[in-house]
Ligand binder design. Structure first.
Ligand code: ZN
Ligand code: ZN
Length: 253
């Protein structure tokens, strides 16, 4: 059985834990090591319990704390060639390059690194499998490609980006260039795009959906909840919201 917990989710820092009974993985770390350790404590995890660290891409809210976290945990870092080339992993405990869209194992967890459309060098998002349980973590993508919807189908638990409400982004305080970036095909998912993916997955919908990477400027929990709860109710799925300050506690599908 796999479990997932969020250390924090949003543009000021992301980190997610995936654990089986014998293996604990950290996905991304946009927090300082001090902040990470304090937040891990709330989830009853000691930093040296982390067996490996996976990096999705080199944006600061995902990579800023990776090297220091890997030294504190004495854990290897796994990242694509493009992410390694960013130079932001150089002082890590150790770095192993992974190939986009490959499947590999760490402990008893099988990991699929799935290519996503996002404005980084070689971004991937991850899907985890152990026994018959699968969990997907899918944030930081500007559009839903057929490759993405295939790659994340049949997950029992899906952490999915609900970054912005398109109208709120358009009317909001961001400069025009940043609005174009966020709303573009290589930016972030808006609420409607995230719902479109869930509709595509409706044949075998996730039992638990975690809404994450929610913009504090350009979105509201109320809007996300209205959309998601309408979707979840007839299916009996559970909805959880990942926050920037608190993430969320351990969940199992
Ligand atoms: Zn991000
Ligand atoms: Zn990003």
């Amino acid at each position: 059985m796999l479990r997932l917990a969020s250390v924090g989710s949003g543009s000021k820092g992301n980190a997610t834990l995936i654990a089986s009974s014998t293996t604990t993985l950290l996905v991304d770390c946009g927090f300082t090591v001090k902040e990470l350790i304090a937040r891990l404590e709330k989830l009853a995890v000691a930093v040296d319990q982390i067996d490996a660290i996976l990096v999705t891409h080199e944006h600061g809210d995902h990579i800023a704390g990776i090297a220091a976290a890997s030294r504190a945990a004495r854990a290897p870092v796994f990242a694509t060639h493009g992410t390694v080339q960013s130079g932001r992993l150089e002082s890590s405990f150790s770095v192993t390059e992974i190939t986009s869209d490959s499947v590999f194992e760490i402990g008893d967890i099988e990991i699929n690194a799935i290519t996503v459309p996002h404005d980084a060098r070689e971004p991937v998002q991850f899907r985890f499998q152990s026994d018959s349980c699968s969990i997907g973590v899918l944030t930081d993508l500007g559009s839903i490609t057929p490759h993405v919807s295939r790659g994340f189908s049949d997950c029992e638990l899906l952490l999915l980006e609900f970054n912005h409400d398109l109208n709120q982004l358009r009317q909001g305080p961001y400069p025009a260039s940043l609005k174009r970036r966020v709303a573009g095909d290589y930016g972030h998912l808006n609420n409607q795009q995230a719902m479109t993916l869930l509709e595509q997955l409706s044949e075998r919908p996730p039992k638990v959906v975690v809404a994450g990477h929610i913009s504090e400027q350009n979105n509201s929990l109320e809007q996300v909840a209205t959309l998601l709860e309408g979707w979840a109710e007839p299916l009996g799925s559970q909805i959880v919201y990942a926050s920037q300050t608190d993430g969320f506690d351990w969940l199992a599908p």
